[in-house]
Design a protein around this ligand. Structure first.
Ligand SMILES: C[S@@+](CC[C@H](N)C(=O)[O-])C[C@H]1O[C@@H](n2cnc3c(N)ncnc32)[C@H](O)[C@@H]1O
Length: 259
């Protein structure tokens, strides 16, 4: 048996579970319909066989910002299946291989429950735990952010991604408890501002009460803590997106990482 044969057989491209559903971009169609279909599609996508709920366009912008900000750690709020944690880990690992950031990379991913995530991630990469820390906790509880701080290597530059319930309360709590991890010229990304545009969300039904993401960000930005961040919504450069809110900590306003 060759080395190649001893590996697991590749999955079949015809398996309907393994690729996202097709979206038509008919030239005579409307942009609204296309956008609605893309929003519906993104909750059925995957990375390395693990569910990942992000637009490819947003993943490209994350790549730009990881590179620009030289992030060594990603703090992810909202793990779900773990596909995004795996994707972030792989991007950090590539940057470390280029010599752009220290080798000691880490993704710290928080969710209310991580019961099945360990097994799902282990099935994609048995060594996932080397660089991915799965933490169980409620982001509304400030003690959860203290537990996250313990997992961040000393002095590491972090990028924070808020992708939990997409409600006013969770968004505001995420910004209040986790923005301290973002260094100067680093980014705090609040995902899925589109939840506040119901006309775009006709094909998804997020669990629980959602909405108020944009107003939570606006309110927080006008607070003492938030005024050192700049709203860079212009970073939705690819047109179609989840209307993420890309917040950049301005120069001269550093907080000690993990403090
Ligand atoms: C949209 S999913 C995350 C998707 C994932 N980041 C991805 O891109 O594939 C939202 C997750 O947030 C979690 N969540 C909701 N409220 C939370 C809270 N208060 N604290 C921590 N996690 C929460 C849910 O359990 C769910 O798994």
């Amino acid at each position: 048996m060759t080395d190649q044969e001893s590996l697991v057989l590749p999955p079949h491209v015809e398996d309907p579970e393994l690729l996202p559903p097709q979206v038509e971009a008919a030239a005579e169609g409307t942009l609204l319909t296309y956008w609605q279909d893309r929003v519906g599609q993104h909750v059925h996508d995957s990375y390395s066989g693990v569910r990942l709920m992000k637009f490819p366009e947003d993943l490209r912008m994350f790549e730009h910002l990881l590179w620009l900000s030289r992030a060594q750690v990603v703090v992810e709020l909202g793990t779900h299946s773990g596909g995004s944690a795996l994707w972030f880990r792989d991007r950090l690992r590539t940057m470390a291989a280029y010599g752009l950031i220290p080798q000691d990379i880490r993704v710290v991913s928080v969710d209310l429950s991580q019961k099945s995530t360990h097994d799902v991630l282990a099935s994609a990469d048995s060594a996932y735990a080397e660089h991915i820390t799965l933490l169980e906790g409620d982001i509304l509880d400030p003690r959860t952010s203290a537990r996250v701080a313990e997992r961040i290597p000393q002095g590491a530059r972090c990028l924070v991604v808020e992708d939990t319930r997409h409600a006013y309360e969770t968004t505001h709590a995420a910004l209040s408890h986790y923005s301290r991890f973002v260094p100067e010229d680093g980014f705090f990304v609040v995902e899925d501002g589109l939840i506040d545009s119901p006309e775009l969300c006709v094909h998804i039904k997020p669990p629980g009460e959602t909405g108020g993401v944009v107003s939570a960000v606006r309110d927080w930005l006008s607070s003492d803590q938030g005024q050192v961040f700049q709203d860079r919504s212009d970073l939705n450069r690819y047109g179609i997106s989840c209307r993420n809110m890309w917040l950049r900590r301005t120069t001269g306003t550093a907080s000690a990482p993990g403090s």
